[in-house]
Design a protein around this ligand. Structure first.
Ligand code: DQA
Length: 145
């Protein structure tokens, strides 16, 4: 089982960035936590501040034969990137949308996600556990295949 954990803009700043909202773990801590919790999974971890780099990553992976699925925290791109939405619908791999914070408890603009419709599900508000729940869902999907 191979899973891509992909993070968009500003998630490289975790640990320093608004810890009262996003917690004190760094992105490396979160990624290490996933690798420790799911030793049977081959993870690929990718983060970029750039929209296009996220699209390229999805396409590059798809062209290599794909993976079991993608856990994606698209950051603010969630709320407006039609390009990211189209890329998710262009690939066969299932994509789980995750958020550290509960986006429904915050500013109104965060309540809109343009990617949810093309993702298999949405998990938010559980901090690093949101990623773990995303991986669990993808593992269940692989079992059912
Ligand atoms: C986020 C929520 C987004 O609204 C925000 O722009 C982020 C992080 C989260 O993980 O809670 O960058 O995706």
């Amino acid at each position: 089982v191979s899973i891509l954990v992909m993070n968009g803009p500003n998630l490289s700043r975790l640990g320093k960035r608004e810890p009262e909202i996003y917690g004190s773990l760094t992105l490396d801590d979160i990624n290490r936590g996933l690798a420790d919790a799911f030793p049977e999974v081959t993870f690929e971890f990718f983060q970029s501040e750039y929209e296009g780099a996220l699209l390229e990553k999805l396409f590059e992976l798809e062209d290599r034969g794909g993976c079991s699925g993608v856990v994606l925290n698209a950051g603010a791109l969630t709320h407006y990137s039609i390009a990211l939405r189209d890329a998710i619908s262009a690939v066969i791999m299932p994509v789980v949308e995750v958020h550290l914070s509960n986006v429904h408890k915050r500013e109104g603009f965060r309540r809109t996600s343009v990617i949810s419709e093309v993702c298999v599900g949405v998990i938010g508000g559980f901090g690093a556990d949101s990623y773990h729940l995303g991986v669990q869902d993808l593992l269940k999907r692989v079992e059912k295949e």
